[in-house]
Design a protein around this ligand. Structure first.
Ligand SMILES: [Zn+2]
Length: 295
């Protein structure tokens, strides 16, 4: 599933390419991917202008003028691909795409994974989703922040308002839980998933199964410092979608070449040389150096 850096990368690319464009038509071949009645979509979407694009946690928000916003959650296999009418609008790859890494990111579209097609004034935005867990939804922009899915989210992991003290306080609210489980809980902190939880716990030398109350404030502050560091590095590297991913400049996301534990099972720890292991923490595959991260 794309995490904060992957969604942020998609957001930055789409923002550059889509803002100012008008929606000309919408086509769906799977209703649940964008569950909205045709009369509503015709009324509120057609002719609306894309005024801004932002990210809330792992969700993408396409804000429309005058009144509505499209919220998109890519979930397990969702991807967004924009193909401009005038191919020279984008670098060598002739398109911008992000999300689940399959050949649909670079192949001919629409294909059998395409669920929604938004035709815009200067190109086409495809929402592809093999397994159909992802979704697009339409909300009134004004009431967006009051919807449960957004009001239940904790502050964004990269939000400046999430000070060291606030980070520690929020984590401590779940004092009897394992630290990795708390990091993944979107109502505590939004945006963190498996990759960046493993990477930040390794960097701060914390075993993922450590119970929160056993951690000192200093350890938690160190964890936040490392978390921000890996998230920013991942955004800088275009996220972790290593296969077929292309950004607005036609480059692939390359974060995984910088990962220190994630998908490095059996390889030596770059800190101590011990072999990286993979364990399960509440059912989630977890990468760890058992020498650096002691329970
Ligand atoms: Zn180690």
């Amino acid at each position: 599933m794309p995490e904060l850096p992957e969604v942020e990368t998609i957001k930055r690319g789409l923002k550059r390419l889509l803002v100012g464009q008008e929606i000309l038509s919408i086509e769906r071949n799977w209703h649940k991917s964008f569950p909205i009645e045709s009369n509503r979509s015709n009324k509120f979407l057609i002719g609306a202008k894309i005024s801004d694009i932002h990210r809330i946690g792992k969700m993408l928000v396409i804000e429309l003028y005058p009144a509505f916003s499209i919220i998109i959650h890519l979930k397990m296999t969702g991807q967004l691909v924009y193909v401009p009418n005038n191919l020279s609008d984008i670098g060598d790859m002739n398109r911008f795409g992000g999300g689940h890494p399959t050949d649909s990111l670079i192949g001919k579209l629409p294909d059998k994974s395409t669920r929604v097609i938004l035709t815009l004034s200067k190109g086409i935005l495809y929402f592809n989703d093999q397994r159909k867990f992802g979704w697009m939804k339409l909300y009134k922009t004004k009431s967006l922040l009051n919807t449960a899915m957004i009001s239940n989210l904790g502050p964004d992991a990269l939000d400046a308002s999430l000070t060291r003290g606030e980070f520690v306080n929020r984590i401590r609210k779940r004092s009897k839980s394992k630290i990795k489980v708390v990091l993944l809980d979107q109502s505590t902190i939004a945006g963190v998933g498996n990759i960046y939880a493993d990477e930040s716990l390794w960097a701060s030398k914390i075993h993922p199964e450590t119970i929160v109350e056993k951690l000192s404030d200093l350890e938690l502050r160190c964890l936040q410092f490392e978390l921000i560091k890996v998230l920013n590095l991942a955004i800088e590297k275009g996220g972790s979608t290593d296969k077929n991913y292309v950004n607005a400049d036609g480059e692939k996301g390359s974060y995984l070449t910088y990962a220190r534990v994630f998908r490095r099972t059996g390889m030596p720890c770059s800190e101590c040389g011990w072999t990286i292991s993979k364990i399960k923490v509440n059912g989630r595959g977890t990468h760890i150096c058992l020498k650096c991260q002691k329970l």
